[in-house]
Ligand binder design. Structure first.
Ligand SMILES: [Cu+2]
Length: 287
């Protein structure tokens, strides 16, 4: 059974809508396993009006859709699925304030109409498109630097082209959908801590990996070396990893000859250790 229908009298609608709002609030702070928020479609001015203001709406699987007749009495409407859609639904006549609900448990396109004021695709009609939301299940690596720039692979199901990926609400860059089950992305910078990853498909359905990625502070590098006599045979540090003054030494453009105090590298990319500095002058002593 892919659809569950439910008719409601006008008086219970108010309570149901308040409850739906509360539920929607809970869903916003919940995670992927929470049911999608309910969707309300108004029947007004002889039209179906979905939350996006159009007659069409796209929802994730498992969404409960409630139609409510908001036209004044004695106008009655129905919400009736078009033929050839199985399973079908039909509210029957709904008076002002009355509502009818369907929970869509399978993907597909479900056109419908009002049997009084529309037919297939004309007059008072609309379409529900039910999609499978993205369902991320894992990320590798599961940690990275607070400066960002870590390339991660997110695995799961239902990834569509042009997904967006966020880490604690911050957009990842370089997002690439390899296939429906694989995304690669580059992390944004973020302070230390454990964060959620949210994948959003172009149809606005989302999937969350809760508390899954750890931003870690870089281990501080050792302080710059003091100016002491070079140790014979010491290996030069890789230039790209060394902070501070050592990086500021320009590469020597000329072939270097060994001279007193200088340890010369064997290739141009290596670092020349500075000559020993003269002993600092003693600080003036107070009192
Ligand atoms: Cu109607």
């Amino acid at each position: 059974m892919g659809l569950r229908t439910q008719a409601m009298g006008g008086k219970r609608v108010g309570i149901a809508l308040v409850f739906a709002v509360v539920l929607a609030g809970l869903v916003m702070v919940g995670h992927a396993t929470t049911a999608p928020p309910d969707v309300a479609i108004s029947m007004q001015m002889f039209k179906f009006v979905a939350p996006n203001g159009t007659i069409n709406t796209t929802i994730p699987v498992g969404t409960k859709v409630t139609w409510t007749n908001n036209d004044p009495s004695p106008i009655q409407h129905t919400t009736t699925s078009d033929p050839a859609i199985i399973p079908t639904f039909d509210s029957g006549p709904l008076a002002h304030g009355a509502s009818f609900s369907v929970t869509f448990d399978q993907t597909g396109v479900f056109p419908y109409h009002c049997s009084f004021h529309g037919t297939l695709g004309t007059g008072m009609h609309g379409t529900i498109t039910v999609v499978a939301p993205p369902n991320p299940t894992g990320v590798a690596p599961a940690d990275g630097k607070t400066t960002g720039d870590t390339t991660v692979t997110i695995t799961g199901t239902g990834f569509q082209l042009n997904v967006t990926v966020t880490f604690d609400g911050l957009a990842a860059t370089g997002v690439m959908v390899v296939d429906a089950n694989t995304i690669t992305a580059t992390t944004p910078a973020h302070g230390p801590g454990v964060v959620d990853i949210v994948v959003t498909n172009p149809d606005t359905t989302t999937g969350t990996l809760a508390s899954v990625f750890t931003y870690a502070v870089l281990t501080p590098l050792p302080p710059p070396r003091p100016s002491v006599a070079p140790i014979s045979g010491a290996k030069p540090l890789p230039a790209t990893r060394v902070p501070g003054p050592i990086n500021l030494i320009p590469p020597n453009p000329l072939p270097l000859r060994r001279s007193s105090g200088n340890e010369v590298g064997t290739s141009s990319s290596e670092v020349v250790t500075p000559a020993p500095a003269p002993a600092p002058a003693p600080l003036p002593t107070r009192r």
